[in-house]
Design a protein around this ligand. Sequence first.
Ligand code: OAD
Length: 240
Amino acid sequence: MPSPDPRRIVIFSGSGVSAESGLPTFRDSGGLWRQYAWEEVASPEGWRKHPDVVQAFYNERRQPAAQAQPNAAHRAIAELEKAFDVVVVTQNVDDLHERAGSTTVVHVHGELAFARGEHSGLRQHVGAEPIRMGQLCAQGSQLRPDIVWFGESVQHLEEARAHVARAGRLLVVGTSLSVFPAASLVHAAQPSADKVVVAPELDSPPAGFDWMRGKATDCVPQVVARWLRERAHVSQGRDA
Ligand code: OAD
């Protein structure tokens, strides 16, 4: 195992970090999987059965995601780049981390603003526009949302795991840690890393994590301020 580098931070985020920007989570009351059966709208079987229903589900999500604004948690995370090497590993399909200013964002569950050919895998940017049935990629295959559905392979998993293993600081925010393999990333963290999980509710925090029980916009700026202070002390010590 490489030794953790205190200058490297990994943020591992889920839908709760975007909740205060007005986007729904999945499993809370009012969450998407309380209103829709994921088997119908987020699985290869659902796509084979009724692709128009699946397209409609994601088409409806694109405009609200594009109109949502980054919140104080997204902005605080972006601020960390002033003093650290930061990688944001997100399960979110919105682009609020990028729009807040984070420059290295790894989307393990895909992105709403992209489509890909169902057979070719060729990706293209669609922004907030709907994808229509009959709309084809450059190689002639039907465009589908570039979203990882249940049963499909998570994207960039090994890359994300390597980032977590090198990090001296890890902040997990806004995820129930109930969807695998993404949730298993927390187990790649080094025992000596500074590890914090921010969530209003959790069955139990992962081993070795400090649990800040609260909302992302309250807690994340506090964690960020502490880490920036700690870094400033180290730099002053070195300069002195
Ligand atoms: P969940 O809905 O499972 O969990 C959201 C978490 O965010 C819960 O722990 C909430 O308590 C917490 N939360 C809610 N509001 C919050 C706030 N204001 N501040 C901080 N935390 C808050 O959503 P995810 O963990 O993101 O995958 O779900 C993981 C995956 O399951 C998603 O990426 C999606 C879904 O199926 C795919 O669609 C492939």
